[in-house]
Design a protein around this ligand. Structure first.
Ligand code: G3H
Length: 531
């Protein structure tokens, strides 16, 4: 079959879908979780369509997946009330519980989550177009993250139960919860990035309102009952619907203490600005990025190409950590590009269930048009598409596209494309990529490919003050999850990692006294009675 006819038939007929990846009808979610109750929503619903299209007699159409509630501000305020009540100014059952008991609740939830793995993976594939392999990786990584968090929280608890004596004062420095957390994850890692904030927030004793991302709502539905049955009433509450309607009143109430949000800086700014006392709001934000790769003249080309292809195109380029622009030294540009294009050609484009597929349908509405616009603009500024099928679009599929040489006047040089479009820029003077990083609105990570330790060392020094992770001869990535994940400028606020997340969702509180025998005795008795 020619590439062109394969492109035409890339979307399946219902009967072509392997049985284990078929959905059993549409999923209609009417329930939402408030104050420990699964309530039934009777109002307006949102129709969910898959980015995966189906060939039918009437043409190629997006597959209908189901529906979820479009709640109003009234219901989201009830969820807030429940979270505020469960926290009860830090005197509620949950914040007052021992860490061990909280861990037990989260363990119970994790067991239930594992039982629903199959359903969640299937919904993830259909709802956001993630490949089966990537969905599995995301699920397992999330479970690993939660389990590692148990160890981290136990360690933290052990350390903070000790007494410190200094200058005639003895004190116990513990970490206390902050209050009500509003938790919103992104569509590209809907499970992982949601639970990587929600679980540490809960383990530290906070209560939560959880709003799933706009794309990737139904995949959380199999977990709703598990959330209800694993936690005391009001500890986790869910809201669904349009952000303006459900989030604005929450923030305007001034009762949200922590905003945990992974998404765009534009939305984060709007949400934060609704809080009447912004100085009281703690924000934990993971935002956009435009991580560059800099390929130096002496780099190991095979390795640089391999890392740059995977770094820019894994999960169709929809990773916040993806390499979103590649600077290549002009002397090796031709060889780099030839090899890069050869590797891109090997990438499989297809449906999420296909083995070894890398490029899958894009879930964001209008995304292929946006990418086509960026491409057209780059071409108008002198760039060429340099790979076969580059620039081709079929419904929600955007074929991996490599463009060269991309000029600094092109939008693609500055905007985060978040898709399978790779701009390559030649440079002769290292100041070109250095200025790029300094002048960029973003500051998450960078990758440097090369061998000379003097040159590499100098670049690391410069980049370390511009971004939060410098990768040597390897692509940008978040993991392993014990490493701090953060960003400068418009890329993040706060730091996440298994242990850092426990810190950002808590604050240190000290109980201190003058070192006198009477005080010592009181301290001892309180501790021995496990008060
Ligand atoms: O979208 C951002 C993800 O956290 C990226 O994670 O670098 O491990 O793919 P990753």
């Amino acid at each position: 079959m020619s590439i062109e006819s394969k492109n035409r038939s890339i979307f399946p007929r219902e009967e072509d879908i392997p049985t284990q990846f078929r959905l059993k009808g549409e999923l209609i979610q009417r329930e939402y979780l408030v104050d420990g109750e699964l309530r039934t929503w009777k109002g307006r619903m949102h129709d969910v369509y898959s980015p995966v299209c189906i060939q039918t007699a009437g043409g190629i159409v997006p597959k209908a997946l189901g529906r979820f509630p479009l709640m109003s501000g009234k219901e989201s305020l009830r969820a807030l009330q429940a979270a505020v009540k469960a926290y009860d100014n830090g005197r509620g059952q949950w914040p007052a519980m021992s860490v061990r008991e909280r861990i037990r609740c989260v363990e119970k939830f994790t067991v239930r989550m594992k039982e629903r793995k199959k359903d969640i993976l299937l919904l993830m594939m259909w709802e956001i177009g993630k490949s089966y392999h990537e969905a599995q990786k995301e699920f397992d990584r999330t479970i690993g993250y939660i389990e590692n968090t148990f160890d981290a929280v136990k360690d933290m608890n052990r350390v903070s139960s000790r007494f410190v004596a200094e200058q005639g004062i003895i004190g116990q420095i513990r970490r206390s919860p902050l209050g009500v957390v509003l938790c919103m994850g992104p569509f590209n890692y809907p499970l992982n990035e949601t639970f990587a904030t929600l679980i540490p927030a809960l383990l530290m004793g906070n209560t939560a309102i959880f709003k799933p991302p706009k794309l990737g709502v139904l995949l959380h539905y199999p977990l709703l009952r598990a959330l209800q049955e694993s936690f005391p009433p009001g500890v986790v509450n869910t809201v669904y619907g349009d952000g303006k309607r459900v989030i604005t009143p929450l923030m305007a109430s001034g009762k949200v203490d922590v905003l945990a949000f992974i998404g765009s800086s534009r939305t984060a700014d709007i949400v934060k600005s609704r809080h009447p006392r912004p100085q009281r709001l703690r924000s934990v934000l993971g935002l956009e990025a435009k991580n560059p790769a800099i390929v130096l003249r002496d780099s190991d080309l095979d390795n640089a190409v391999k890392e740059c292809v995977s770094g820019s195109l894994a999960f169709s380029g929809q990773r916040c950590t993806a390499l979103k622009i590649i600077f290549v030294h002009a002397e090796i540009a031709e060889r780099f590009i030839a090899s890069f294009v050869r590797e891109v050609r090997k990438l499989k484009v297809g449906m999420p269930w296909e083995k070894d597929v890398t490029i899958t349908p894009l879930p964001e509405q209008g995304k292929t048009e946006y990418l086509a616009g960026l491409l057209e603009d780059a071409q108008a500024h002198g760039a060429r598409i340099i790979n076969r099928l580059g620039g081709k679009v079929n419904k929600t599929i955007f074929y991996p596209t490599v463009v060269y040489p991309v000029s600094s006047s092109a939008r693609l040089y500055h905007e985060e494309q978040f898709g399978p479009l790779v701009p390559i820029v030649p440079f002769e003077d290292i100041e070109t990529p250095v200025r790029y990083i300094i002048e960029s609105s973003y500051g998450q990570q960078a990758s440097i490919f090369g061998k000379d330790p003097d040159i590499m060392g100098n670049l690391v020094d410069v980049f370390a003050n511009q971004v939060c992770r410098v990768n040597i001869n390897s692509m940008c990535q978040r993991g392993p999850d014990i490493f701090p994940f953060s960003g400068r400028k418009d890329s993040a606020e706060g730091t996440l990692s298994v242990s850092d997340a426990l810190r950002v969702f808590s604050m240190r509180t000290i109980v201190a006294t003058k070192e006198k025998e009477k005080n010592r005795q009181i301290f001892k008795k309180v501790v021995s009675k496990n008060k």
